[in-house]
Design a protein around this ligand. Structure first.
Ligand SMILES: [Zn+2]
Length: 66
């Protein structure tokens, strides 16, 4: 399951949510009811607990873009 990063306007916290590709992104933080905004930290999707994608990292080190 892919993990998406959100920032909650209600409690000002970064929230990690997991849902499948077919589901729409949640709009509200279940914990406090605040509005969630997508946070884009990296273009790739983070897979949690998966060992099968770790080869990505050494294939192509990302250039630093300011
Ligand atoms: Zn919240």
């Amino acid at each position: 399951m892919p993990v998406y990063l959100f920032h909650c306007d209600g409690c000002k916290q970064d929230v990690e949510l997991t849902h499948s590709f077919s589901e729409p992104h949640p709009k509200k933080h279940k914990g406090c009811g605040g509005k969630l905004k997508r946070t884009f930290t990296a273009p790739e999707i983070v897979y949690k607990g998966a060992g099968f994608f770790h080869t990505d990292k050494r294939l192509d080190p990302k250039p630093e873009v300011e």
